[in-house]
Design a protein around this ligand. Sequence first.
Ligand SMILES: *Cc1c(COP(=O)(O)O)cnc(C)c1O
Length: 474
Amino acid sequence: MKYLSTRGLAPQLRFSEILLGGLASDGGLYVPETYPRLAAAELEAMRGMNYRELAYAVLSRLIDDIPHDDLRRLIDKTYTADVYRYVTDRENAEDITPLKTLEPGLHVLALSNGPTLAFKDMAMQLLGNLFEYALARTGGELNILGATSGDTGSAAEYAMRGKRGVRVFMLSPEHGMTRFQQAQMYALQDANIHNLVIRGVFDQCQDIVKAVSNDLEFKTKHRIGAVNSINWARVAAQSVYYFKAYFAATRSNDEQVSFSVPSGNFGNVCAGHIARQMGLPIRKLIVATNENDVLDEFFRTGVYRPRPETKHTSSPSMDISKASNFERFVFDLTGRDAAKIRALWGAVESGGSFDLNAEGLFRHVAEFGMVSGSSSHANRIDTIRTVYEVYGTMIDPHTADGLKVGLEHREPGVPLVCMETAQPAKFEDAIREALGIDPVRPAELADLEAQPQKKHVMDADVDAVKQFIVDHVR
Ligand SMILES: *Cc1c(COP(=O)(O)O)cnc(C)c1O
């Protein structure tokens, strides 16, 4: 299995060669040369598999340069009931991603039972184990530099803590994250985890990361890497739970299922697209956005128009105006036309937009099952309230966006699975506003905010961050 760049000008590489990297050298994203297609008999054999077996069945088709026994061991170590242990009532931790049925044909897939209570743990935990394995094979080291406004940073830190050969330098803004989110990161005492708290806002953190990464000499010398959402291994790992949910929501492979996905960078729903390309009988992939509705606009009109400004909303992990994984989908939509992708993203990267109606490309969207919708603050508060009153289930604001949009596309006779991307405990303010009560929190995390914190507060200064890295990489 070779991977090729969506822009067609980078070398074709194997899985292990793209594992630690980010963008391809031509600025594109790596995708498999073809999606492996699972035969009907193979899909039939997958029904009844547990999460680890499913993960191996799916990922061994996408990863063929890690010895099978090693891959199986890495998967078995990642997807355990102990790692994904923060189950709420009526869930079984052995399911890893339990399917919660609200009513017949309407389900929520619990993806946020991992250490940071958000779905990003599903892929990031595997990434941590893959990185450690790959670095041990080559004797290398990696210093992960990132900026976070909440979920990504904590998921990365919990995945990389204690991993040999890996250090994490995570920039977060002094204000803007919830106290719970801050405590999740800053309470980590591991020697290889460094929290750099920047006196500024998230955009300044991100600008510093860009500035450091653009200094190629520094980047190479100090082996700076990233774990952003364009990482192929992350997207691939996420496709597994679409299979898990499909088998849990159906009795036979003649049935179809629709998925509703709270979306920002298009990573999660891209994983659904991959599962569908591999032959999973998915009817619709419902892209749900919040007030930052660039993706919704595209799927309604065919026009992709990233905005200069991102709105701050009460589903903050979806506050994204440029969906970094979207290029993978458009590559398939154009019939894998790399020259076309170069032209389209050339326009986007110089501040413009593109319209896929012109050459009749947009009408192919339906063949990929993609539909969309958006949600507002009032919608999500309403949805949290209704779901609590009608089904006795508490959902977080992002999941509420997904459910709101999902229900708009629900069809009789087709099970609808809404992806739960975070637990309500992470977003107390929205829950209090909707329900007038505090969200339930895993008992183990009851006094999280009271634990001692390890963090380094500094000015928004590129050189200060560089110096900190130099001082801490030996
Ligand atoms: C990251 C995140 C999302 C968006 O997922 P994408 O893969 O970027 O589309 C949605 N909800 C929560 C809670 C998240 O952390």
